[in-house]
Each structure stands twice: as structure tokens, then as C-alpha cells.
Write a protein of this length. Structure first.
Length: 145
């Protein structure tokens, strides 16, 4: 199913580009990687505060997952493109006289987008999961020693 859906997205973008061209409109696909925003930066604190309010049973069941997700997101955001830089790059692409039809934004997208074209979704999930595990530094939940 996943190659079919990828094929469908690619064809949908191509069809939109062709239809819009007849109207004098250029369609450019920008596939962003991680973008560092205030909302993303704040999400880890919010998640840890939420986890701190969980019952002891829920902390036992889900605390490790919350810590792991926050650690992974924190590590990811360190390498993510700042929002201002992402916006400037999109504006640059949008105002080119002859833009390419597709762009990636950020090193992670430059790596993952081509891989996703060729790997089945489950294998891609494993690759990304291994990448997250390799940089995990799990912080303690508030209230845990």
C-alpha cells in the first residue's frame, strides 16, 4: 500500500502543477525537515509537566515513553532549522523565476525524503527509530530521583 500512496502523492503534485500551469501558476513542492519553533521547544516542558500529574500507575506504564519522546524531540530540535531560516528559504524558492518542481528543507529532509522514496514504510520506521535511539539521553521525570 505505501508505494501506492507515495506514487499517488507524487502524481497528485504533478497533476496540480500541470493544471495550474495552464492558468499561469507555478506549483513547487517543499518538503520540510525539522523546523525549530517556539511551540516545538515548549512541547517538551508541557509533556513533562503532564507526566508529572499522571498517577503513579500511569507514570509506571507511560513515564518512560514520555521521557523518551521528550529526549528524542529535544535532540532533534538541536539540529532542526530555525523557523526564520526555513521561512526565508521558502520565500526564496517561491520567488525564483524558474524554480525546480521539488525542494527539501533541512539536512534531515535531504536524507529522509530520498530514502522514503525507495524504502517500504516499516523499514523507514526502523531506520528513523534507530536514529532516535542513538541520540537518546533520557531525562528523569519531575518527582523521579
Amino acid at each position: 500500500m505505501e508505494p501506492t500512496s507515495r506514487f499517488g502523492r507524487t502524481r497528485r503534485h504533478a497533476a496540480l502543477r500541470r493544471e495550474a500551469k495552464a492558468q499561469g501558476v507555478q506549483v513547487v513542492v517543499v518538503r520540510p525537515g525539522g523546523v525549530r519553533t517556539g511551540m516545538a521547544a515548549h512541547s517538551g516542558d508541557v509533556s513533562l509537566e503532564f507526566a508529572d500529574r499522571m498517577s503513579p500507575e500511569h507514570q509506571r506504564l507511560h513515564g518512560g515513553l514520555v521521557r523518551s519522546a521528550v529526549a528524542s524531540n529535544t535532540a532533534f530540535l538541536k539540529r532542526a532549522m530555525p523557523a526564520g531560516k526555513a521561512g526565508a528559504r521558502i520565500a526564496e524558492v517561491a520567488t525564483k523565476a524558474r524554480p525546480r518542481t521539488r525542494y527539501t528543507l533541512g539536512m534531515d529532509a535531504a536524507f529522509t525524503v530520498p530514502l522514503a522514496r525507495h524504502l517500504p514504510d516499516r523499514l523507514m520506521d526502523r531506520v528513523l527509530s534507530a536514529s532516535h535511539r542513538s541520540r537518546r539521553n533520557t531525562p528523569a521525570l519531575p518527582g523521579e530521583g
